[in-house]
Ligand binder design. Structure first.
Ligand code: 4HQ
Length: 237
């Protein structure tokens, strides 16, 4: 579930170029019985299985013994909501350990005593923490200097400034009867910049008013938004 996606595309290239290093640990290696059991039935009864504490704790202890020191993060729907802000924060760490649970979750004592943080990628239930871990790795790795080409620097994009992206177009000039907005063909760079900013503001106003409330808009932003939505620009409603 993890090895193959991590070898592809931008992440794979970043690993090849030595910009990031990713190690996978199979917790079965830390099981003590000959069946390499990592789950067991819940105390108190009920359906489903629980990840046993010892194999997980053993795997985490191994990670903690490594250099440089690591921050250990459990992926779980009960965690702190993942966001671009948190991705930036994690991108400044030298070493992260992402713990992926299966079944109904991990023994509460692992959560309390072996991990530093808990992160959720959203309010829905998945079958395991592997895909959430891939989401975190992807979002964090692309912020590591050198991972993206310099033409696609992560600083000036959506969420860095809390606004949604403006619409993008490439050739052909007319697709199934739908033309590219004329202004983008005008060669007037100042007008293009203005139009894009206005589109970003408008989109965010329409689709994510919650983001607009957090954004700090300039006077010009408010004017651009008022041009398309009327008097209540920037109120976020
Ligand atoms: N799970 N954000 C259940 C998630 C999840 C999420 C991970 C499912 C852990 C045991 N993790 N396992 N949403 O749904 O992070």
């Amino acid at each position: 579930m993890l090895a193959s996606p991590l070898q592809e595309s931008i992440l794979g290239k970043a690993v090849e170029r030595g910009l990031i290093e990713i190690r996978l640990v199979n917790i079965r290696e830390f099981a003590s019985d000959r069946h390499q059991t990592t789950d067991d039935r819940p105390y108190g009864g009920g359906s489903g299985m629980v990840m046993k504490a010892e194999p997980l704790a053993g795997a985490i202890a191994r990670a903690r013994a490594a250099d440089p020191p690591t921050r250990v993060i459990l992926l779980s729907p009960q965690g702190r909501p993942f966001s671009q802000r948190l991705a930036w924060e994690l991108s400044r760490e030298r070493h992260l350990t992402l713990v992926c649970g299966r079944y109904e979750g991990v023994d509460e004592r692992v959560r309390c005593h072996c991990v530093d943080d808990e992160i959720s990628i959203g309010d829905y239930v998945l079958t395991g923490g592997e895909i959430p871990a891939l989401v975190v790795v992807d979002a964090v790795a692309r912020l590591v200097p050198g991972v993206l080409g310099c033409s696609e620097s992560p600083a000036e994009e959506s969420f860095a400034n809390a606004l949604l992206e403006y619409p993008h177009y490439t050739r052909p000039e007319v697709f199934e009867g739908h033309p590219v907005p004329e202004i983008l063909l005008s060669g007037n760079h100042a007008a293009v910049r203005r139009w894009r900013r206005q589109q970003s503001l408008w989109r965010t106003w329409q689709r994510r008013p919650d983001l607009l409330k957090e954004a700090d808009l300039s006077d010009e932003d408010r004017e651009l938004l008022a041009e398309v939505v009327g008097g209540d620009a920037g109120s976020g409603s």
